[in-house]
Design a protein around this ligand. Sequence first.
Ligand code: HEM
Length: 454
Amino acid sequence: MLSPNLTLPISKCSFPPGPRSPQVIQALTWALRPHHYLRTCQRKFGDLFTLRLEIGLGAPPCVFIADPEVALRLIREPTLTLAGDLRDSNAMLFGKHSVLLADGADHLRQRRALLPAFQGSRLSAQRQAIIDGTDRAIDSWPLQQEFSILDSLHRVALEGIVGAVFGSYEAVPPTEIARQVENFIGPFSNRGASIALALALPSSVRTAISRRPLARRRRAMDAAILEEVKARRAAGNLPENSDVLSDLLIAAQDPSNGITTELICDEVRTLLLTGHGSTANSLAWTIVHLAENPASLERLTTEVRSERGGLRYAEAAVSESLRLTPPLLGVQRKLTAPIETHGYLLPAQTLVAPCAYLIHRREDRYPNPDGFDPDRFLNREPDPGAWLPFGGGPRRCLGAPFARLQLHTMLARICERTRFRALHPGYQEASRRQGLSLAPAAGGRVILTERVAR
Ligand code: HEM
């Protein structure tokens, strides 16, 4: 299905078909109605199609891939593609040393330093803090009137990632770090900015637009991170801690790891920024799907309120929601060598986009693909070949175990302490861009009909 063709003459290269509309129309439709656009293109052109999303002369086309086998090969085979290289224009956000922008050996080394903090036993220590944060959110929701759940979910998810990255503090309280993150990322979350982010402007334009205001807010956030770094080094009790920042500071003590203070700051900032928006949006989608499907919601509520308080149905509901509405539509890579697939010869440097959203809606993998049915995942882990909300391979989302812990714990607590319903039978929400991911268009509007005291 997919063979690297290292000797391909460029004159033989060919791209899959795609819409003929002008580049600017393609880019705008992608930014404003991505779900609809992707499905229309797949119906019309098949499992591989080409979109021209970057605005500008000579901008490269991007090949979207809805064939799971081809997508997986591209995601899993690190020598076939680059990813960090594509994200240069995000350096103002994450920092040029961020794991997101690294490729090859640097990328592997950085992941090795970060991964231990996101493993099961370390994470379970966060469970009570997640429950406490969820309780504070639940207590703030109005009863018997419609409201949007998304903003308060963002706050809980942000507190959660600040807790995982910083643990306890020496100098800067977690509330101050959370405030700085909100201040930094806030302007990217409104509708206009989120659409601008999705418009694939040439990286020189993006950098020029964002440099000034971003740099000022980033300096303020970095100052807080660096103050905490300095205080922790001075306190000298790093091995007693079990948070990401302490792990990085310990790893930095060995010069052969090449972990500088600048790199620590970039990694911490990356985790704070990537580590809450998608989680909150996923949970808002899960709540919306459950409110639209009262029988599933009732089953979940009964399970978490039972004496044994199981999480099996909550886990299945989260997996199903991530299938139906993955907050990130897929991943993007740049080919390092020409490849041949589906009869097309794609040259090196081609942008390819293995598309989780389209793969998740394939009828041959998920019968009745547009229906919300947690039973698909009950008592079984999702098939990594056709369930890709966290990507896969060597760049699989670093925070996936933490995100899943947060999602399961928060959802179970919400259903344990509340009952909620959709605004009316048949109520559905479209999607809108929120930061780098997709959220329910109205922020997940529901009506709370019951709240149990803590
Ligand atoms: C439901 C929530 C989340 C979703 C759906 C999600 C999804 C993704 C996806 C699709 C990727 C791209 C993988 C690729 O390029 O192949 C990614 C990467 C990443 N995510 Fe997440 N993510 C979530 C939560 C988190 C959290 C909580 C953290 C931090 C604790 C995090 C940190 C990262 C980082 C650092 C990367 C870059 C990994 C690399 O390039 O090696 N994510 N995520």
